[in-house]
Design a protein around this ligand. Sequence first.
Ligand code: SF4
Length: 383
Amino acid sequence: MDNTTALYIHIPFCVRKCLYCAFTSTDKVPGDTGGYVDLLLREMELRADALAVPLRAATLYMGGGTPSLLDPPLVGNIIDCAVRTFNLDLSAEVTLEANPGTVTAASLAGYRTAGVNRLSLGIQSFDDRMLASLGRIHTALEGREAFALARRAGFDNVGIDLIHGLPGQDCDHWREQLLAAVELRPNHISTYGLTVEEGTPFALLEAEGGLPLPDEDDAAAMFEDIADVLVAAGYEHYEIANFALPGSRSRHNQVYWKRGNYLGFGAGAHSFLREPRPGARWRNPDDIGEYGGSLASGVLPETDRISLSEKDAMAEWFFLGLRMLEGVEEEHFRAEFGVSPADVYGSQFQRLCASGLLIREGGRLRLSRRGVILSNRVFAAFL
Ligand code: SF4
């Protein structure tokens, strides 16, 4: 039995809502974020007590929202609590997402001292015009400065996020962004295609015809450019949208793709436990008041618990595992589910291999280059 877990901590506060954002976050930031952190600590204690078998944390990821709105001592309190409740390893990967518009040399040094050893900077673009059109609070210069400050504060593991497919963006512009990213030499680069989410100001703009998004061909060409530029610059393309210098892959995110345990804390956070087999998922309420109210009465704030069927778990195993470019081992599937994957998905394998989306060799299955581009089509075959 796997008794390790990843821990995810959600900080649902932002200085201002970006125009495309559908994450659980509010711009109504309390004067004292310590009250929210107290709730997180309470939830971690309650969850640790409620587990039938104690779990040991191998990674901790503080995401948001904007975790870099927390003062460093509060971040230290979260890490200390993870050590106390989930025996967080001394060698654990501890990541904090930071918005370049919210960090200073002092806050970054404080996070490093508190025990954060990996920083994920939401740079998104190196173009002020694009950043403004997204409603981001930082400028391109602030993005570069935040990166330099992070290195100076002692972070030798810094990742950045970039978004492509922005309004008014063409392929040449996107290539320039990738080259600018490579010049900084971050350890990790995550690239996301802009999606217009329901209920966001971007959805409204799009409905009014005011969002000049790249057409499908350009969007596909931008996606293809990513691997060309980043791999040539020495980055390993290890997951559909993620690239890392050797030795810098995100340990935390690999837990998700390998269907490991993860426990989420905070408003809107998601959790998954493999035991009892074949596993269960649940989430916390998005509403901070509801989340806090539940904890105030000593009750874990979980909602929407789904116990997976064996069939769900098998499908998940494939569509999460295939996100990693090294692919999945058929023998691991057999060890996990007691059947050969070909007995369950033989016709899908045949079809996907014949159409050049999937490669099956040496007991492994992995996406082809075309399969990476059309990954949604591959994953749908397992549903
Ligand atoms: S900083 Fe991130 S979480 Fe906050 S509003 Fe912008 S996209 Fe959303």
